[in-house]
Design a protein. Sequence first.
Length: 433
Amino acid sequence: MSSAVPQKSMPQKVIIVGGGVIGVATAYWLRRDGHEVTLVEKEPGPGLETSFANGGQVSAGEVAPWAGPGVPTQALKWLGRADAPLRLRLKADPEQWKWLWRFWRRCSLKAQRDGSERNVGLALLSRDILQEALDDLAAKGFDAAFDRKQEGILRVFATKTEVDHAAHEAERLEPFGLHQEKLSAAECVALEPALASAHQRGEVAGGVYSRRDQSGDAYKFTCALAAAAEEMGVTFLYGQTVAKLERQGGRITHVRTNLRRLEADVVVLAAGVMSPHLLDGITLPVYPVKGYSVTLDVPDDGTAPKVSVTDEVRRIVVSRLGTRLRAAGQAEVAGYDKTVERDRAQSVLDAVRALFPALGEDLEPEFWCGLRPMTPDGVPVLGLAPGRDNLYLNTGHGTLGWTLAMGSAALLADLIAGRDPSVDPEKFSASRF
Ligand SMILES: Cc1cc2nc3c(=O)[nH]c(=O)nc-3n(C[C@H](O)[C@H](O)[C@H](O)COP(=O)(O)OP(=O)(O)OC[C@H]3O[C@@H](n4cnc5c(N)ncnc54)[C@H](O)[C@@H]3O)c2cc1C
């Protein structure tokens, strides 16, 4: 490699660390720009960590950061409850304490709105870019089947006050290009008849519907996109762990894995919750927030919903993925432990059964948990790492990685190519920490 820094617009040798939905999307977009792309992933295939069995929602309508008014009080009330949607397990880990402090400082309506406004532009870009990529893949003859459903996402609430508040917040995002509709309880049931029972029990006071939102299996999508990217010329090194990003001053010169040392003009860090561990001298408050999902094979008899639903009472999201129903929820700030705890997983199953009681008791649940790579402000970290010349970050997508993957990757490709992105990258810079 020559010592001169290549011109931004020239094809470059790019190494991507991490093969989740974010890393694979990045590989695809950078390859489209003609770069020589290698992706290193420690697992034997793509999408096997947090992108594996998430809630399936691609949801521009649900971009509000979790840090918001009332969250600390609510978390205290839930202390000690096994089925609490949010749980803290304090560790002797300074990173966890610093992260919690930053999160707590963002627990205001003003900060939450600021986060929503930053995320919504990226979510809408992602929606367009996803379609553009699917059209491109179809034109190239790839079958990117991922149990996609384009029937919108409906958020349901138990009280009129909550519906009114959500509708008001939704209106605030209208000028950004996101249209959502306030629905009465009867309209919610008309849209999704499987909600009738919950409505009869008085649990549905109304909803907010984001008609152009969609859902699909993030894992299937990641695998399909990885296969297409490989055909397009991306090299995938599976089963290799990146141990170090070697640097001279502000420039990463090599990526060292457990098996080899790779030269790079540009490095993209998309390692999910492990991203901060590969950085030295850079503050990146991305911390794991554990969540659970349960997947059921469901009959096509109207007992399971077809529209993707977010139950704001039980704090779960539910998506129909072909012949399966996926429900996801729970937030546990408990370090890096990936054990599926039966009571936590069971509470997601209980919640989906309570919302849709006609679901048969004999359905066999598949439980899973994953670690959301969360920033305290609920906004991802994209762009050049502070103080580095050729290290780009694409991480910290928290609850929204599937929703924001394609837009984040396209934005990063623009930055690497020296093009002006359509979304202001400054809003996502790591220098905000
Ligand atoms: C229960 C749950 C429900 C969710 N529901 C939704 C939803 O409905 N909609 C939505 O938009 N988002 C949802 N999310 C969030 C979404 O799943 C994540 O934001 C997204 O998967 C993060 O993708 P990623 O590529 O950054 O991380 P990952 O998928 O974890 O990928 C990172 C990859 O980096 C690899 N890696 C790490 N370190 C190294 C190393 N040193 N060397 C090599 N490889 C390395 C890992 O093996 C991993 O494969 C949910 C998450 C959870 C847990």
